[in-house]
Design a protein around this ligand. Structure first.
Ligand SMILES: O=C(O)CCC(=O)C(=O)O
Ligand SMILES: [Fe+2]
Length: 308
């Protein structure tokens, strides 16, 4: 496959009212989406998720992030403060087919990954006001597509994701890792790539879906607004990759997952799911408390432990 990132490449699909009404992308829209993912590494399907669904989910997530932020459990790439890897409520009425089984996203990932692709991830990249910058990274190397849903208008002001066009095609990307990286090494690869093709910002209108190759270089950027920025993240894997442990939901959510090809590994439970991990083992609690009181001491002890 030849890469010509200097040639104009549409990376945005404006889904028409007719396509929305039929829950189906036209062959032309689908082709733009597929070509863009293959050549540039991402595509944006503009405003395809109903806003009432988004608003309902978002208000619950705002409450949940307040709880998680209080515990200092960022759990994100580089453990950068302000980038919260947030679990989503796994019970009715917060699990929506328009999000977990979005027909437009499913159509695109099917066209790129083929029959039998499936989702094995469901969380939010929550970018909290005042956040820092993540290290440049990729999310994986198993050939999956990350499906991000914007729960508000996202621009540079509230920390839109930085994307590095074409980098999913690089073979020798080993100097960038999914772990926190040494800045000097990282900077070298980053700056030489910048000269070939500089990054762009993945600005998204509310209800848009960004589909990006998991190996595309990207990073979470500072949120300079006064509100958290919410972006749901799912990952669609090609058939044959590890199916992973089941995603757990409460009974009553089954209807949102009626496409069993996209969701082959689900567990519907009849008991409360501690999705915010309110009950943590004592040692973890100690670590989190230390992190809250003094992130620097926490990092020092963690590195010290690693070096032993
Ligand atoms: O929130 C973002 O903009 C990106 C976050 C991200 O890439 C990650 O946490 O892996
Ligand atoms: Fe990432």
């Amino acid at each position: 496959m030849s890469l010509s990132i200097s040639s104009p490449q549409p990376t945005q699909v404006k889904v028409s009212a007719e396509e929305i009404a039929q829950s189906f992308l036209s062959p032309q829209s689908l082709k733009i989406a597929v070509d863009s993912i293959l050549k540039v590494g991402y595509v944006i399907l503009e405003d395809v998720v109903p806003h009432n669904v988004i608003d309902y989910l978002r208000q619950k997530m705002v409450q949940d992030s307040a709880y998680l932020i209080d515990r200092g459990r960022w759990n994100t790439v580089g453990n950068v403060m302000g980038h919260l890897n947030q679990a989503l409520p796994p019970f009715p009425p917060y699990v929506f087919p328009e999000i977990v089984s979005n027909v437009f996203a499913a159509q695109v990932t099917q066209a790129v990954l083929g029959e039998g692709r499936f989702n094995r991830f469901y969380r939010s990249n929550t970018n909290v006001a005042g956040s820092g910058m993540q290290p440049l990274h990729w999310d994986g190397t198993e050939g999956s597509l990350v499906v991000n849903v914007s729960l508000e208008d996202i621009t540079e002001a509230n920390g839109s994701i930085e994307l590095w066009p074409g980098t999913h095609l690089l073979q020798e990307s080993s100097s960038i890792s999914s772990e926190p990286v040494d800045n000097s090494i990282d900077e070298l690869s980053r700056e030489s790539r910048r000269e070939i093709c500089p990054p762009i910002r993945g600005n998204l209108k509310k209800g848009s879906i960004l589909i990006r190759h998991e190996s595309l270089w990207h990073r979470g950027m500072p949120n300079q607004s006064s509100n958290s920025r919410y972006m749901v993240a799912m990952m669609h894997y090609p058939k044959g990759t590890d199916i992973g442990s089941p995603l757990c939901f409460n009974i009553g959510c089954e209807i949102a997952f009626s496409d069993r090809v996209l969701h082959p590994n689900l567990n519907f439970l009849n008991k409360p799911i501690d999705y915010l991990e309110t009950k943590v083992p004592f040692l973890q609690w100690m670590r989190e408390s230390l992190y809250r009181v003094s992130p620097a001491s926490y990092k020092f002890l963690k590195n010290f432990h690693k070096a032993l």
